[in-house]
Write a protein that binds this ligand. Structure first.
Ligand code: PLP
Length: 399
């Protein structure tokens, strides 16, 4: 062992990809987290839309413990009953027909991009490869998904990037018409741009987009990694628009904190991914898919998307009332329990002050405070969070 390396601060042994907060969380239960000094926090970020059932949810925990006792991992060269049953739960509760499991959001989008290209090139035999995405979008950190992302800052220093991506302004149907060509394989869309600042897609834009895609043989990929799993008041956000994407992607809340992702496809895409065309060693292990099964069973069984709609409406109402007339605040917007408070200045100091008062929230872009409580959050917890934010944002006006 190297003594010099052991003598250095332990965080020095990590590549510094995150600017971390000065808090070490050691325990979680429901909407609450505790740090190593015994301080208690109300969690309104949920590990960035991951712990949608709260921390350490009992039924998912029991399913995981049971599976840990039986079998952890086998190759995907064998049938995995949990994986098949988890996939059935997803398809029975969505427009999708077949699922590919992986381990993260970026991998789910990577699979979606590959599936769309492969369908066009191997099933339709038309050689199409181009994926159209949107300004301010976020789709992940692998080379293909950071290229799909419509933000320059995630691309700096990573050239050369894969070819075949085109970006257009969000909610601009004329830009989409102009961008479509005989090379267009798919459009990749977030129903609410989350990292981009809690920006919803317009109803009319989405209806026109779907029609354009259908008329031109273009696949629609919807990235539900942040908006899915009940977050917006429906199990999947595309349901608000009455549309059926050809492919949609999941991760974040899918395993309640156990890492797992999925690309979900409609029937006609099935034959594009034959044996050997794509894969992942850890994709859909018995453990990961035990978490998925228990998560969806609870979410659907307890009608948690409906609860998210109700609690989200309450949260947005309380924020709008509490912040009415506050000149530091530009707009409160959101759907279900993904809510943004857009301010006139950067919100980093507000996030830090909230942490000191025991409330955890994050930003979405520099000027938007993003609230992502779990779907079982109570009115009392919402009242407490709104009270803290109201006080901090009132102080921000005077400053
Ligand atoms: C978080 C996120 C991703 C990336 O997921 P990872 O699990 O971090 O790879 C992709 N798209 C959206 C919309 C996200 O919110």
């Amino acid at each position: 062992m190297s003594d010099t390396k052991l003598a250095a601060a332990p965080e020095q042994s990590l590549l510094p990809t995150y600017a971390r907060y000065p808090i070490t969380l050691v325990k979680g239960e429901g909407s609450w987290l505790w740090d190593d000094k015994g301080n208690k926090y109300l969690d309104f970020m949920s590990g960035i839309a991951v712990t949608n059932l709260g921390h350490a949810p009992q039924k998912v925990k029991e399913a995981l413990m049971k599976q840990l006792d039986e079998l952890w991992h086998v190759s995907n060269l064998f049938r995995i009953p949990n994986q098949e049953e988890a996939a059935q739960l997803i398809t029975a509760n969505s427009c999708g027909d077949a699922v590919f499991f992986c381990n993260s959001g970026a991998e789910a989008n990577e699979a979606a991009i590959k599936l769309a290209r492969r369908y066009q090139q191997k099933v339709q035999n038309n050689g199409r490869f181009e994926i159209i995405t949107f300004a301010q979008s976020f789709h992940g950190r692998t080379l293909a998904t950071l290229t799909a992302t419509g933000q320059e800052k995630v691309k700096e220093g990573f050239a050369p990037l894969p070819e075949g991506f085109k970006y257009i302004p969000y909610n601009d149907i004329d830009a989409l018409k102009a961008a479509i060509s005989d090379q267009t394989a798919a459009v990749m869309l977030e129903m609410i741009q989350a990292e981009g600042g809690i920006l919803p897609a317009d109803q009319a834009f989405v209806q026109d987009l779907v029609k354009l895609c259908e008329e031109n043989g273009i696949l629609l990929i919807v990235d539900e990694i942040q908006t899915g799993m009940g977050r917006t008041g429906k199990l999947f956000a595309y349901e608000h628009y009455g549309i059926e994407p050809d492919i949609f992607t999941l991760a974040k809340g899918l395993g309640s904190g156990f890492p797992v992702g999925a690309a979900v496809a409609k029937e006609q895409l099935r034959e594009a991914f034959g044996p050997g065309s794509h894969g992942s060693t850890f994709g859909g292990t018995p453990i990961a898919t035990a978490a998925v099964k228990a998560t969806i069973e609870q979410m659907v069984g307890e009608q948690l998307p409906e609860r998210a709609a109700e609690m989200g409406a309450y949260l947005i109402d309380e924020l709008k009332n509490g912040l009415a007339g506050n000149t530091f605040v530009k707009e409160v917007r959101g759907q279900g329990l993904i809510v943004g408070i857009e301010c006139i200045e950067p919100v980093a100091p507000i996030l830090a002050a909230a942490q000191e008062q025991g409330l955890l929230v994050i930003s979405a872009g520099p000027n938007v405070i993003r609230l992502l409580p779990n779907l079982l959050v109570t009115k009392e917890e919402i009242d407490q969070a709104v009270g803290t934010l109201k006080q901090l944002l009132t102080n921000a006006v005077k400053a």
